[in-house]
Ligand binder design. Structure first.
Ligand SMILES: [Zn+2]
Length: 374
């Protein structure tokens, strides 16, 4: 099957993931298509159950340690067809571009991995392909897959094919998010002194959180475009009616650690700010909203140099995070794939055909280096 046909089959599958259950779609069609194609080409295919009735796939041609593992996520963000010029699920080619939902992020890379799989026979070291679910939301798929595979024989290179315009990514930030609850004591508004108003405790608490953000900013990491660990307050909600003393306020925040600062240290700083005494007898606590995602750094400068030579692009560091934070447990890992991240998550998302033309020989070269060399 030709590359464009494989990609059009992947794009036709409805695989959006969303925290809104009405927009959350499955991925069994896509996994079934990939599993059939890979089995037909001699791969051993293993399916791993993921939350929300989704599946992850791990397929392998050949046996033993070493080899190459190519990874992609099956899901997309939800699309609004009215905002698209053409049907998001019909791959459309025009002006040297392939338009379709997920064409760039990141079914285009999965199609390239499947296309390579069709053209190789059993190598001395294995070629493996992993497809995950829910990368755009909880990263639950990759967590389940890595838990299944950890401890098995390691590949000598793991490529996470997120759209980077084929620039190798040397490092990316991690991610954590939490909810802070400020508790006071309710009472009738006719005597505010009779209760403890959680709203009045917020300015002091927010000031302390700003202090944490500034302390993080001082720990520079010039590798990144935003060269420090960020802390951002996202939401604040509290109180229920104007004539009652407010007894509860909730704030949410996220942080993106660089690696100079890790997730644990951010939690320590935030916890200290939150649990110190508050105005008027209020108290506060904090809890994580999701499991943390640790920062990622490519472990091997030699490996990066070879990828830079292969792609013709200098490696760089990015502020967003990827499944590499988990997949690095399986082997030396790099993030590099076709398409521009700026075109992901947008109406009329596209993949330049020129990227595909550069990617295929690069994958063949990596296959030669990691699977054919004995
Ligand atoms: Zn992606």
């Amino acid at each position: 099957m030709e590359y464009v046909e494989i990609l059009s089959r992947l794009v036709a599958c409805h695989t959006a993931s969303s925290v809104d259950p009405r927009l959350n779609e499955g991925n069994r069609d896509l996994i079934g298509f990939a599993a059939d194609l890979l089995e037909l080409n001699g791969f051993m295919v293993r399916l791993v159950e993921a939350p929300d009735d989704k599946l992850c796939l791990f397929a392998r041609l050949g046996a033993g340690p070493g080899g190459l593992l190519l990874c992609g996520h099956s899901d997309t963000v939800p699309a609004d067809p009215a905002a698209w010029s053409t049907d998001p699920h019909t791959l459309t080619q025009r002006d040297g571009r392939l338009y379709g939902l997920g064409a760039c992020d990141m079914k285009g890379f999965i199609a390239a991995a499947l296309s390579l799989a069709q053209r190789v026979s059993e190598p001395p070291r294995p070629l493996s392909i992993a497809i995950t679910s829910d990368e755009e939301t909880s990263m639950a798929g990759v967590r389940a897959l890595v838990a299944e595979l950890e401890g098995a024989e390691s590949p000598s290179l793991v490529v996470v094919g997120e759209p980077t315009s084929l620039v190798p990514i040397a490092a990316h930030k991690g991610y954590l998010a939490g909810e802070i609850t400020v508790r006071g004591r309710a009472g009738h508004s006719s005597n505010p002194a009779a209760g403890a108003n959680a709203i009045l405790a917020c300015p002091g608490l927010i000031g302390r959180l700003e202090g944490v953000a500034h302390a993080l900013m001082a720990r520079r990491d010039p590798r990144f475009g935003v060269p420090y660990t960020t802390l951002n307050l996202g939401t604040i909600h509290g109180g229920d009616i104007e004539n009652r003393i407010c007894d509860e306020v909730r704030l949410t925040f996220d942080a993106r650690p660089t690696g100079v600062v890790g997730c644990d240290e951010v939690w320590e700083m935030v916890s200290m700010a939150v649990t110190a005494p508050l105005e008027g007898g209020c108290s506060a606590s904090v809890r994580p909203l999701y499991p943390d995602i640790e920062p990622f750094a490519s472990p091997d400068p030699g490996l990066l140099r070879r990828l830079e030579e292969g792609s013709g692009c200098a490696a760089r560091c990015v502020d967003y995070c990827t499944e590499a934070s988990f997949l690095k447990r399986l082997g030396p890992c790099v993030v590099m794939g076709p398409g521009d991240i700026a075109h992901a998550h947008q109406p009329d998302e596209f993949l330049p055909l020129a990227d595909v033309e550069r990617l295929m020989p690069l994958l063949e070269r990596l296959f030669g280096e990691h699977c054919m060399a004995s």
